[in-house]
Every structure is written in structure tokens, then in C-alpha cells.
Design a protein around this ligand. Structure first.
Ligand SMILES: NC(=O)c1ccc[n+]([C@@H]2O[C@H](COP(=O)([O-])OP(=O)(O)OC[C@H]3O[C@@H](n4cnc5c(N)ncnc54)[C@H](O)[C@@H]3O)[C@@H](O)[C@H]2O)c1
Length: 314
């Protein structure tokens, strides 16, 4: 289904936003972006038919003006680094907890019908036997994970107290085009391969993640906007495939045409979960979601994107 609804995308100039905003404008939505460009870049949306507003989600006046005339909000803006949240938990709280509260409150005040929030699977649930799902007990082990759980709590409360239709989508580890400013493993591995440096792995390489292509995340977010779900719904958006860090290093090497590329191991870092992958059964049931990009296809096409857009063809 497509419609002409106005959608505010907070953090729309970031990695996920770059793909989501293209998809929504391509589907006929009127899209407005509110972003302070702290980790995003307006160049990510060059040539895209969306209205860009530079502003901060902690700023109530900026938010009030940005939600005006919008029917829905997709809230992506966040301080997204687990390690950064351990180094400065107060800064993380300000953006992810206070900022998310302000987004929900601005939406409620302006009479916006629906807010879809970006949440997280691994960091929010913490160390648990995978696959995790919506029934897993959240026990975050980083301030970042705790901040996303707090956001889900407010989303649930605003649904019940005010009738705001909120949906929290817990992303697995997202990868794909426009991620060149991220500090995720795949980006760092590609940068290392391109620079001729060894790939650095923290820990013994057995830590695992669930990698989902950004096209599939944009798909889930659009479905969440278009299906009638009860307010306060929480969904995992994942590939359901477990990939260890060591496997990822090899998959990146193969994508670059350099299988067996050298790896250097350093001690594991605090706050990072060990094994993680998620079940997307509920998203399938409620949204008809199923991943469309395989791990091998997605990593290969992402390497090609890096070659063309980040490494200037080399
Ligand atoms: N990328 C992943 O693997 C992943 C996994 C789980 C959850 N998420 C969540 O998805 C969302 C999008 O992540 P991303 O990977 O695109 O990150 P990103 O850092 O590329 O995008 C976040 C955007 O928000 C903007 N922003 C940050 N603070 C802001 C503020 N105070 N006011 C206004 N704008 C602000 C940034 O400039 C950036 O454009 C985040 O909520 C993140 O926590 C991402």
C-alpha cells in the first residue's frame, strides 16, 4: 500500500535513514527529516525529494515545528555507539532517553497518529541464549541497551495513556550502503582490507551477530507504518542467521576477492554481548516480513558500494 502521508524521519540523514527516506519518497510519502548531522550527513540525501531540517531532538521547539502537519514519525535519531555509551552514559541518556521522550511527547501534542521507533535486539536483551525474541527478558549490559529499553517503555506507556500508535522495531546488526560513517565491524573490516592492514578482531572471533541488510530494515519500517498494529507493539527485525566475527571477516575478505585475508586478535571489549541472533517470527506473522537479501549477496554488494562511493573505485 502507498499513500500520501507526511512522515517525519528523525535521524534521516544517517545510515538507515539514507535508505529509508529514499524508499518512502519512492513510495509516494511526503518526507521531512530532522537531523543534527552529528553522525549523519546531508550529502546522504543529495538529490532525494525530502525536506531537510537541521535541528536536535532534545530541542522542544525544533520538534514541535518538525512534527507539524505530519501523520507519522519514524524515530531513528540516536547516539548509537555501545562503546560511546559506556564512556559517556549521561550524553547517551540525553539523546536516547530524553530525546526519545521528547519525540513521543511532541507527536502526542501535535496529534500525530503513529510513531515507529528504532530499537535494538542484542544490546537491549544482553547476554541470553539465542535466538532471542519478544519473550526474551531484557537485561541490558550497556547504557546504550538500557536507553533503548527506556524508549520502548515510554512508547508502550504513550500508546496506553494517550492512544499514540507506537511500534518499536528491534534491529539486528544492520549493514549496507551509506554506512561509511559507522564504526560497525563490517565497515572497519572493509576499511582495513582497502588500506592493506590486517582485520582486527576483539576476542577469540567466536562472538556472533545477526546481520540484516538495510533494504530489509527499510522494508520492515515501511510495513510497520502501513499495517494496523496495536500500540506498544515490539518486534524483532533480523535475518535469523548467526554469523561469528571470524566468519564475517572471511566473508568480507571473499567479497573483496581476497579469501584468507590476515586477521589480528585483540582482547575482548566490555559491554559487548557474546552470541546473538534473533527470531523474526512475530514480524513475519504481523507484517508479512521476510528477509530478502542473503548474507553473501548483501556483503558482496556492500563491498561494491564501498569501492564506488568510499574508495573511489580502487
Ligand atoms: N545500525 C545498526 O546496526 C543499528 C542496530 C540497532 C539499532 N539501530 C538504531 O537505528 C537507528 C539508526 O541508526 P543508524 O545506524 O542509521 O545510525 P546513524 O548514527 O547513522 O544515524 C543516526 C542519525 O541521527 C542523527 N542524530 C543523532 N543525535 C541526534 C539528535 N540529538 N538530534 C537530531 N538528530 C540526531 C545523526 O546525525 C544521524 O543522522 C538508531 O536509533 C540506532 O540506535 C541501529
Amino acid at each position: 500500500m502507498t499513500d500520501e502521508r507526511g512522515v517525519l524521519v528523525t535521524g534521516g540523514a544517517g545510515f538507515v535513514g539514507a535508505t529509508l527516506v529514499r524508499r518512502l519518497t519512492g513510495s509516494g510519502y511526503r518526507v521531512r527529516v530532522l537531523d543534527n548531522y552529528s553522525t549523519g550527513d546531508p550529502a546522504h540525501l543529495a538529490g532525494v525529494d525530502a525536506e531537510l531540517i537541521e535541528g536536535d531532538i532534545r530541542d522542544e521547539l525544533a520538534l514541535a515545528s518538525a512534527v507539524g502537519g505530519m501523520q507519522a514519525v519514524v524515530h531513528l535519531a540516536a547516539a548509537g555507539s555501545v562503546i560511546g555509551s559506556i564512556q559517556d552514559p549521561a550524553a547517551n541518556f540525553e539523546v536516547n532517553v530524553l530525546g526519545t521522550f521528547r519525540v513521543l511527547d511532541a507527536a502526542r501534542t501535535a496529534g500525530v497518529q503513529q510513531v515507529v521507533l528504532a530499537s535494538t535486539g542484542g544490546a537491549l536483551i544482553g547476554d541470553a541464549e539465542p535466538p532471542v525474541d519478544e519473550q526474551s527478558l531484557p537485561k541490558p549490559i550497556s547504557p546504550y541497551g538500557a536507553s533503548k529499553l527506556a524508549g520502548e517503555g515510554y512508547a508502550h506507556a504513550f500508546a496506553h495513556a494517550y492512544g499514540l500508535r507506537t511500534v518499536a522495531v528491534r534491529f539486528a546488526n544492520v549493514y549496507g550502503p551509506w554506512s561509511e560513517r559507522k564504526r560497525g565491524a563490517m565497515n572497519l573490516f572493509f576499511q582495513a582490507i582497502h588500506a592493506g592492514q590486517p582485520i582486527v578482531i576483539y576476542g577469540d572471533g567466536s562472538a556472533s551477530r545477526d546481520y540484516i541488510h538495510v533494504d530489509d530494515i527499510a522494508n520492515v519500517l515501511q510495513l510497520a507504518l502501513e499495517r494496523e498494529l496495536p500500540g506498544g507493539t515490539v518486534l524483532h527485525a533480523a535475518s535469523g542467521v548467526e554469523t561469528t566475527v571470524a566468519e564475517l571477516a572471511e566473508l568480507c575478505s571473499q567479497a573483496a576477492g581476497l579469501p584468507g585475508y590476515p586477521v589480528e586478535r585483540l582482547p575482548a571489549r566490555q559491554g559487548e554481548v557474546g552470541r546473538n541472533f534473533a527470531s523474526y517470527d512475530l514480524a513475519s506473522k504481523l507484517l508479512g516480513y521476510t528477509p530478502t537479501v542473503t548474507r553473501e549477496q548483501g556483503i558482496s554488494s556492500t563491498w561494491q558500494w564501498y569501492r564506488e562511493h568510499v574508495f573511489n573505485g580502487s
